[in-house]
Design a protein around this ligand. Sequence first.
Ligand SMILES: C[S@@+](CC[C@H](N)C(=O)[O-])C[C@H]1O[C@@H](n2cnc3c(N)ncnc32)[C@H](O)[C@@H]1O
Length: 244
Amino acid sequence: MVDVTRARSFEGIGEEYDLYRPGFPERAADIIVSESVVTVLDLGAGTGKFTSLLVGRASRVIAVEPSAPMLAVLARNLPTVSAQPGTAERIPVPDGSVDAVSVAQAFHWFDRDAASAEIARVLVPGGALGLLWNRADPACAWDLACHRVAHPAVDAADETSASAAELPGFVLEAHEEVHWTERITREAYLRRWGTVSSFLVADDAERAAMEASLEAVLDGADETRGKADFDLPHLTDVFRYRRA
Ligand SMILES: C[S@@+](CC[C@H](N)C(=O)[O-])C[C@H]1O[C@@H](n2cnc3c(N)ncnc32)[C@H](O)[C@@H]1O
């Protein structure tokens, strides 16, 4: 069941999200967009972090996103993309009009059955659906500890695989884990957590407690203690489906 308050928590932010959230590796777009793709649609596109990798890979790129502040940043950063307000459950494009759909870090916010049916409607027969999520690299204990501060009840890998299990109307064709590393400042790392849904819906006291816990994790790990910047390993899970 989707937590609607948290799903809608992104309605208020745009600039901070764009500044502090991580991007995605080029390899993720290669897995989803083959050379035959002419039109690709990025759903729940946010400020365009993944959409930017689609530009140049397909002749026509459409981005659909319900949050007006997010979509405004996307339209400013990616002027060649057709940026349209809309949701996964009601995609504002005609039947059978796109060759591929991508969903980066967002499918778990959708009404799964309604969104699957809508995505199948807009795809051409045999069209591709790519679902992807960045998650903590299990080898990085301090980042995992920070993820547990933000999402105490959820194991990141479990959330991803549960979201990406069987989808009605689709066949799973490929799953790849892409490892990559980002150099990040301590300040940007801490501010990134402020753009995560559990921080956005928290009250001031809860947010202050979570921030103190994050600082304690960074002060306790050899890789981060006393450092202004450090390497942050990422793992991006990419699932490619084919419309049945
Ligand atoms: C974590 S952000 C990911 C944004 C972007 N894809 C990225 O990777 O940077 C989740 C996005 O899903 C959007 N979203 C939430 N519910 C949605 C829905 N039902 N349909 C489409 N997008 C939705 C939010 O507004 C937000 O932009």
